[in-house]
Design a protein around this ligand. Structure first.
Ligand code: GSH
Length: 222
């Protein structure tokens, strides 16, 4: 029997969180091995299992996968969350990359010094409200379907739902004026696999707090 995917990262959201969401959506159970210290990271490096000396790393199907997007694409291909043809895949990639740009801001902002943190927070909310959310609302409006591409669930829907959750944590009113994004959020949250993942105390990580930020800074020496 093939074992569960094993996720190597720190015990926080960061770049691994989208991987957790996608595995959950696919109904795949996974295990996690957390790095708590810089020694834990150095141990992985000296074991030679991190191709570019970086995490996330996911052990899956006999591979030791690195590079977040490569990992996401593998999971999406394997669990049929990547469209039915090249054109659908191109759209899914386009939407996912837009969300990855916003996610990059989301991942990084907790680690800035407080003044810059406030600036980045404001910029990120502005971009969500005025650039990314209107673009996705327009996609739904244009085709009137339940999911972004091909009228069936894809990785792009999962990344979008994750981002909606993230942004709502920062501004509970951010979905005002985006009824179709609200509907997507509900649809994804109601998937049986996501219900389990999203319930309190499940594998969804809490927001990065100051204590975790300090721990992460120590792990990566910055
Ligand atoms: N492009 C890579 C970036 C990975 C990355 O920057 N990982 C950070 C932790 S979130 C890391 O390992 N930093 C240590 C380093 O770069 O030496 C990906 O998407 O996986």
């Amino acid at each position: 029997m093939v074992g569960k995917p094993l996720l190597h990262y720190f015990n926080g959201r960061g770049r691994m969180e989208s991987i957790r969401w996608l595995l959950a959506a696919a109904g795949v159970e996974f295990e996690e091995k957390f790095m708590h210290t810089n020694e834990d990271l150095e141990k992985l490096r000296s074991d030679g299992v991190l191709m570019f000396q970086q995490v996330p790393m996911v052990e899956m199907d006999g591979m030791k996968l690195v590079q977040t997007r490569a990992i996401l694409n593998y999971i999406a291909s394997k669990y049929d969350l990547y469209g039915k043809d090249m054109k659908e895949r191109a759209l899914i990639d386009m939407y996912s990359e837009g969300l990855a740009d916003l996610n990059e801001m989301f991942i990084n902002y907790p680690y800035y010094p407080s003044e810059q943190k406030e600036e980045n927070l404001a910029l990120m909310k502005e971009k969500a409200r005025n650039r990314y959310f209107p673009a996705f609302e327009k996609v739904f409006k244009s085709h009137g379907q339940e999911y972004l591409v091909g009228n069936r669930l894809s990785k792009a829907d999962i990344h979008l739902a994750e981002m909606v959750y993230n942004m709502e944590e920062l501004d509970s009113n951010i979905l005002a004026g985006f009824p179709l994004l609200q509907a997507l959020k509900t649809r994804v949250s109601d998937l049986p696999t996501m219900k389990k993942f999203l319930q309190p105390g499940s594998q969804r990580k809490p927001p990065e707090d100051e204590e975790n930020v300090l721990k992460v800074k120590k792990i990566f020496n910055f």
